[in-house]
Design a protein around this ligand. Sequence first.
Ligand code: CP
Ligand code: NVA
Length: 300
Amino acid sequence: MKHLLKLADLSTEEIFSILNLADQLKYERKNGVPHPHLAGKKLGMIFTKSSTRTRVSFEVGMYELGGHALFLSDRDIQLGRGEPIKDTARVLSRYLDGIMIRTFDQQDVEDLAEYGSVPVINGLTDYCHPCQVLADLMTIREYKGSLKGLKLCFVGDGNNMANSLIVGGIKTGMKVSIACPDAYRPDAGVIAWAKENGELQITSDVLAAAEGADVLYTDVWASMGQESERQIREQAFKGFCIDDKVMAVADKEAMVLHCLPVHRGEEVTEKVFEAHAQEIFDEAENRLHAQKAVLCKLLK
Ligand code: CP
Ligand code: NVA
């Protein structure tokens, strides 16, 4: 494993190896066992979109591993003024041991890896969010004991989260169902891959998708960069909400997860969200542990 650009690039063994290391690092942190595996290493963190969890968990994660993280907003670096990604890649590779990037176009992340000479980690693009899904898989395994055979249901926009959940879910042996409006289906390439490699159901019927689900997952109706579509999307996604009716058809022990930030009363009701807050904030915490594991695998 040289980079983390998308989950499709990882084998099932590599995913479980990251999850196992994440569990170990979480245990060590809880018990005050230092783990400076990345002493002296430097991670650059390029952001062309906002972030709370990704930024803080990567920065704290590098600190706890004995290394250092630099926050590079496109408002400050020359990338934001048009310096090409392939030049940015070659310059930053001379200073840093790894680069994390959050941006719009997946191609920019792939180009950064191609032109640079250090490991690149995708901290979210319009196409996928692999770091989030590694934390999600870790959380599901913590609560359910194992992943194989579970039914994971995503309700909402066929966006970056849906794409990564399909790939991560199927690679770890879960059955995946997606409830989305017809005009907002996940990436066609991801759907085609999933149909060849596992069980994927796509429907616009939320209750059919949620039937017997062990994990219900949702995300905002309008992602970063889609702010101007808010009104159209509010209409299109009406009813794509995890509420009591959805909970009633899912498994009695079903978990509810959300990558956050959440829009209460849109993709999930306040009541369902708060009833599952423990799981959701464990999930947010697990970003730290899962990413520390990724950093160790790539930068050590
Ligand atoms: N879930 C997630 O990636 O959160 P941030 O946008 O706050 O990083
Ligand atoms: N789909 C959301 C996820 C945020 C973590 C977005 O891209 O804005």
